[in-house]
Design a protein around this ligand. Structure first.
Ligand SMILES: Nc1ncnc2c1ncn2[C@@H]1O[C@H](COP(=O)(O)OP(=O)(O)OP(=O)(O)O)[C@@H](O)[C@H]1O
Ligand SMILES: [Mg+2]
Length: 269
């Protein structure tokens, strides 16, 4: 249950600009994220995904434009924003020497919550880590660590969670485990903004997908809407739906020719 009822979007971003010296990273970024939805921000290396997340999480100030999270302005009400969010970066912030359970209890204690033990038990169950709970995190796989990291970020019930490349560096199986965890977040009503370079990740998870390119959002829609922008290529009798990768390369105007046969990576199960 979310503790706050908000009217309007969980995030609203308008005309966001940010430069580092002469490098103009964000040049007018606009998007909205609906409460309880998963929003994927796609972009190449250096497109400004992390910069956008850091501004929304109040860790960085924008040069121009506005952004609000949960109805609170990131520039003028940063404390309120911080109370409603949690951020997990690419590198899991878990303590290796402690067990998974102890990590969770520690965070719950730091947040002065009642009954840290049962909070830890619940989260371990939710993220399928009950058996691993008593073990030191140093014995966990990458996917288990990432799940624990996401579990830790949920302590205190933030209504908005930022996941900056949640599956970077994970093997395919571990990625799927993390995907399950992320899908669950949205089912519990948490709003998720995730950044990714994995196009299949956005296809799997996101209610809406936005592509950040050269400082602006150049496409924003559901996967179905994005696919409609690029009608399937008709080759004799076979109708081929474009993959998100093809859409991505087409909209960012990559000169490279991609293999038109596409790749199938176990999508049939
Ligand atoms: N503190 C900083 N000082 C100077 N330049 C920076 C700083 N932080 C980021 N940049 C530059 O800004 C650009 C955008 O960086 P950002 O980290 O937002 O990209 P990203 O989309 O998250 O990339 P990646 O996919 O590699 O994580 C990059 O060119 C980066 O080198
Ligand atoms: Mg980044």
């Amino acid at each position: 249950m979310t503790t706050q009822t908000i009217a309007g979007p969980a995030m609203r971003v308008r005309g966001l600009e940010k430069s580092y010296g002469k490098l103009e990273v964000l040049r007018g970024v606009d998007f909205d994220v609906a409460p309880g939805s998963i929003f994927a921000l796609l972009g190449s290396n250096g497109a400004g995904k992390t910069t956008t997340v850091r501004i929304l999480a109040t860790l960085l100030k924008a040069d121009a434009g506005t952004a609000s999270v949960n109805g609170f302005d990131v520039a003028t009400q940063p404390a309120n924003v911080r109370e409603s969010i949690s951020l997990t970066g690419q590198f899991a912030a878990v303590d290796e020497i402690l067990s998974g359970w102890e990590n969770l209890v520690l965070v719950a204690r730091l947040r002065h919550l009642k009954d840290p033990g049962s909070i830890a038990d619940d989260l371990l169950r939710r993220f399928s880590l009950t058996d691993a709970g008593p073990r030191k995190v140093s014995t966990y796989s990458g996917g288990m660590r990432r799940r624990l990291d996401i579990a830790m970020s949920l302590i205190g019930n933030p209504s908005v969670i930022f996941l900056d490349e949640p599956t970077a560096g994970l093997d395919p199986e571990a990625r799927i485990e993390v995907w399950h965890a992320v899908k669950e977040l949205a089912e519990y009503g948490t709003t998720v903004l995730l950044t990714t370079q994995y196009l299949d990740e956005a296809e799997q998870l996101a209610d809406r997908i936005a592509i950040l390119h050269q400082g602006r959002i150049i496409v924003n829609g559901t996967l179905a809407e994005l696919k409609r922008l690029f009608p399937p290529a008709k080759v004799e009798y076979v109708e081929k739906q474009p993959t998100l990768e093809e859409i991505f390369l087409a909209v960012i105007g990559s000169g490279e020719k991609s293999d038109a046969t596409g790749t199938t990576t176990g999508g049939q199960g």
